[in-house]
Design a protein around this ligand. Structure first.
Ligand SMILES: [Zn+2]
Length: 431
């Protein structure tokens, strides 16, 4: 199993300071130091590197991907930006970008670059090989573009462009500072690269739901590479992640937006009559994957003797009783206090199992007529391959809980609107 952690321990990378989640969600947001997989000195002003570069354009008004008039008729507006730019983020004498203060306008450029690169590093670690850009036919590098007038963030043919929102009392909140948003968009590009686009006549609704789910999972597992995210999650729950499934306490237990999306209880049978939003349709699949993650974490805790089989029995016996939550939480609190570091290691093991499984499973998928049940079959095949089938019961059980493989998804009920990621500039390919 390839682990991004191990890669970063081997060779020194270029350092960035990132907000593990949107700094606007917290009162006192803390930056965390990360290293991207590029040797110090290899990332130039922008930042710019061999795989991607940031541009803070001056006077840019049109988003990339828009259809604009051209000398030979209408065509896609695409990178590279060739106009004036605002001052780029500069590396320090050691080649790092940690000296730039968040109040410096160049911080956004550095944060966008660091977030996109770090996410790609994590996932290339899980895939075990470089992930080519899906637009490699036309561009070697991804242009990371800051466009404040865009109330969105989107990835497309050669670009990842982030704007911001004024919807919170007039304060401008740039998406470039929201790691989850940037990581989610990188997730879409990973899926375009490793799964590909279905042919129009073989495009299933579940393909669109799968895309959103995968993008959320890319962001979730990338964010679990921040030490502070793991620590907060464990401190707040004492490792009792089942509490997410049993209690409606997400807001209280986790401010992390990705965990809140993933810890849902949606089932696929809600969509037998049809669907309108691929974000909603993605939730049963993401929820199944989150539950698999929680179950694998539980298995790792047992393997390391950090919880006891008796706790499992007790959990089964109290299943539907009113005292369930309090009794189980007291057990977890006691156990976690004995060995928090052991719990942290078990969580990271579960994270990396899921990451490697997803990477291998996605690599097996055919985009035509893609179904969630097909995703399950791929996960089961990967599990047989890697562990000889250690998690078959966990995988099957969690997919059945979501009614996946039991019901058929109905048709799309309405034309996609502007919130759709699936039918947008993202999927547009120049002729
Ligand atoms: Zn999306």
């Amino acid at each position: 199993m390839d682990r991004a952690d191990e890669v970063s321990e081997e060779a020194p990378g270029t350092r960035f300071l990132l907000f593990p989640q949107s700094p606007f969600l917290e009162n006192n947001p803390q930056l965390e130091l990360v290293e991207i997989s590029a040797p110090p000195g290899s990332i130039g002003p922008g930042p710019s590197g061999p795989r991607m570069y940031t541009v803070d354009a001056e006077g840019k008004t049109t988003p990339y991907g828009a259809i604009v008039p051209g000398p030979r008729g209408p065509g896609m507006y695409l990178p590279p930006w060739d106009g004036f730019i605002h001052p780029p983020a500069m590396p320090d004498a050691d080649g790092n970008f940690t000296h730039i203060d968040p109040s410096d306008p160049a911080f956004q450029s550095a944060h966008l670059f660091g977030s996109a690169h770090f996410t790609m590093d994590v996932w290339e670690g899980y895939f075990g090989h470089p992930i080519p850009w899906h637009f490699a036919r036309d561009f070697d590098r991804l242009e990371l573009s800051l466009l404040p007038s865009l109330d969105n963030a989107h990835i497309g043919w050669g670009f990842l462009e982030t704007g911001g929102t004024f919807e919170h009392g007039g304060e401008y909140r740039p998406y470039s500072l929201n790691f989850d948003v940037v990581a989610h968009e990188i997730g879409h590009s990973i899926i375009y690269s490793v799964v590909g686009m279905p042919s129009p006549e073989h495009t299933s609704g579940e393909y669109f739901g799968f895309h959103e789910s995968a993008a959320d999972l890319v962001a979730l597992l990338a964010s679990l590479h921040f030490g502070s995210v793991v620590e907060t999650l464990l401190e707040n729950t004492s490792g009792n992640l089942y509490t997410f499934n049993r209690l409606n306490r997400f807001a209280e237990l986790s401010e992390n937006a990705q965990i809140r999306v993933a810890a849902n209880n949606k089932v696929l049978s809600e969509f037998t009559q049809g669907w309108t939003s691929e974000h909603a349709l993605s939730e049963p699949l993401t929820g199944a994957m989150f539950d698999i993650f929680v179950d694998i974490f539980h298995e790792r805790l047992l393997v390391h003797h950090l919880i006891t089989p008796e706790m499992e029995d007790l959990s089964d016996r109290l299943e539907d009783s009113p005292e369930y939550s309090d009794v189980m939480q007291a057990h977890f609190d006691a156990r976690y206090a004995l060995n928090p570091e052991g719990f942290r290691i078990a969580l990271i093991e579960a994270r990396d199992y899921l990451g490697s499984y997803l990477a291998d499973a996605w690599s097996l998928l055919d985009p035509d007529m893609l179904t969630y049940f097909g995703v399950e079959q791929a996960m089961l095949a990967v599990d047989r391959d890697i562990t000889g089938g250690a998690f078959q019961r966990i995988i099957k059980g969690n997919f059945r809980m979501r009614d996946i493989g039991v019901v058929q998804v109905g048709p799309r009920l309405a034309d996609p609107d502007e919130t759709s990621h699936a039918v947008s500039t993202r999927t547009r390919v120049p002729d």
